[in-house]
Design a protein around this ligand. Structure first.
Ligand code: TRP
Length: 450
């Protein structure tokens, strides 16, 4: 007999886990980085539109399919398929999701490892071990290998413990800590000279940028990545929601938490850049553009911390703890995708499955670390610019066109008295059928025809 499936113990447990998945490096690093390089609030406005109008409906498709099928993506899409063809397409989509998840974890764990090694850099500074601190903050291959391994080991140990005792328990501990650290850091940064210039740059839109098609593509990619869509993570988390849970309100809560934390993280990072400017740190490149990519977190912020004296070491420690917590609740949600598939479809125990898959993905990360210049950016774009939107599109097509309409509506009604009188009921089923796939396709095709 197959082992019983895991389940979240409460609504709050699900929200912690799903928000833990959603809130990650994408919110605290990716989003502010995009804002900084794409015209401040102009990007923010387009991002909000993409998140609510495209990503949220796509999230609901994953949650509803997942809870209905109570299975991993490959199985779940098979369950709702209505013909041999759609069954085959479902299996292919499920595997595409799982593969995309493995690719995402392979690069995400490397960046997460850098965050963790910077915690040790700050601690070494505190005890006066400057040499060690320099090594922890260096960009050597050895450091990346070591800390990617450490991060993977942490991820594996949580996933091994299962849905309730691993994912839910740890997210319920780590997410509140993350919020407290984020709030303290913002309050602190706001007291520093220059912060208000950053707030202005963040909140005053440069509308000359709003018409660029690239902006829409970036904003959609960012919204999908941030809500952990298009790989099956949310489908699987949905499959662990008990039938009493109201999917509409749970999905809405997760979306609001995710978007709010991205917005709030912008209030930390962008003002911090302007404080750095005020302290004499270079924040513009030779062309006058803001230093955004890797240098934002690993050059501008460390220089800012260094310019702040003793307080800077504490700020640096808090910041990298924040990043590491955010990353850990996300990496576990990505590893759960291939693990859920393997335990359910191949009757392998959770522990061996987690260890074997975790080590295999670590080996993939090793290949990326050794061939960083050639492979890293490539894998990021294959996974996030192609894999996620296409799998996300297929999930919407399955929810809108293939899932039997009565079954779909019944799933929405579970745990939701009076669902049929709500706005979601009236709008979403047709919206996810026509508008979302069309919007994804249009935005996506601009890549090729723009
Ligand atoms: N959403 C997370 C972030 O913003 C990353 C993440 C977790 C993710 N699970 C995912 C991204 C699944 C894509 C797919 O950092």
């Amino acid at each position: 007999m197959a082992a019983p499936r895991g389940e979240f113990s409460s609504k709050l447990g699900f929200i912690m886990a799903a928000a833990g998945s959603a809130v990650g490096l994408g919110n605290i690093w990716g989003f502010p980085k995009e804002v900084a390089s794409n015209g401040g609030a102009a990007f923010l406005i387009i991002y909000l539109a993409m998140a609510f109008l495209i990503a949220y409906p796509a999230l609901m498709a994953e949650l509803i399919i997942g809870r209905h099928a109570k299975a991993n993506p490959v199985e779940a899409l098979k369950v709702i398929a209505n013909s041999d063809t759609s069954r085959t397409v479902g299996v292919v989509t499920g595997f595409a999701g799982i593969s995309t998840a493995c690719l995402i974890l392979s690069f995400y764990a490397i960046i997460a490892g850098w965050m963790a090694s910077n915690i040790l850099a700050s601690l070494s500074d505190m005890v006066g071990m400057a040499g060690l601190s320099t090594w922890f903050a260096s960009d050597s291959i050895e450091r990346s290998l070591l800390f990617t391994a450490v991060f993977m080991a942490l991820t594996i140990s949580i996933i091994t413990a299962g849905v309730k005792d691993g994912i839910e328990k740890w997210c319920s501990r780590l997410m509140p800590s993350l919020l407290v650290i984020l709030a303290l850091l913002i309050v602190y940064v706001m007291t520093l000279d220059g912060a208000m210039d950053g707030v202005k740059a963040y909140l005053l839109p440069d509308f000359s940028r709003v018409m660029s098609p690239d902006l829409y593509i970036s904003a959609m990619g960012q919204a999908f990545f941030s809500l952990s869509l298009g790989v099956g993570t949310m489908l699987i988390y949905g499959s662990y929601i008990p039938d009493e849970g109201n999917l509409v309100s749970l999905g809405r809560a997760v979306t609001i938490v995710d978007i709010s934390i991205a917005f709030i993280a912008g209030l930390l990072i962008i003002p911090a850049m302007y404080v750095a400017l005020n302290n004499g740190v270079q924040i513009y490149d030779a062309n006058g553009a803001l230093l955004a990519e890797d240098s934002l977190i690993f050059v501008v912020l460390p220089e800012l911390f260094a310019s702040m004296g003793g307080a800077g070491t504490f700020a640096s420690l808090a910041f990298f703890v924040l990043m590491s917590l955010a990353a850990l609740t996300s990496t576990i949600s990505i590893l759960e995708v291939p693990v859920a598939y393997t335990t359910e479809n191949h009757k392998v125990g959770r522990k061996p499955a987690t260890v074997i898959i975790g080590v295999a993905i670590f080996l993939l990360s090793t290949v990326l670390i050794y061939n960083f210049e050639v492979l890293f950016g490539l894998i990021v774009s294959v996974a996030t610019q192609y894999g996620e939107p296409l799998v996300g599109l297929m999930m919407c097509i399955f929810a809108g066109w293939i899932f039997h309409r009565n079954e779909l509506l019944k799933e929405i009604q579970k745990g939701h008295d009076g669902a049929e009188h709500g706005l979601f009921w009236k709008i979403w089923p047709n919206y996810v059928r026509f508008i979302v796939p069309a919007a994804i396709l249009i935005i996506f095709s601009r890549k090729f025809f723009a």
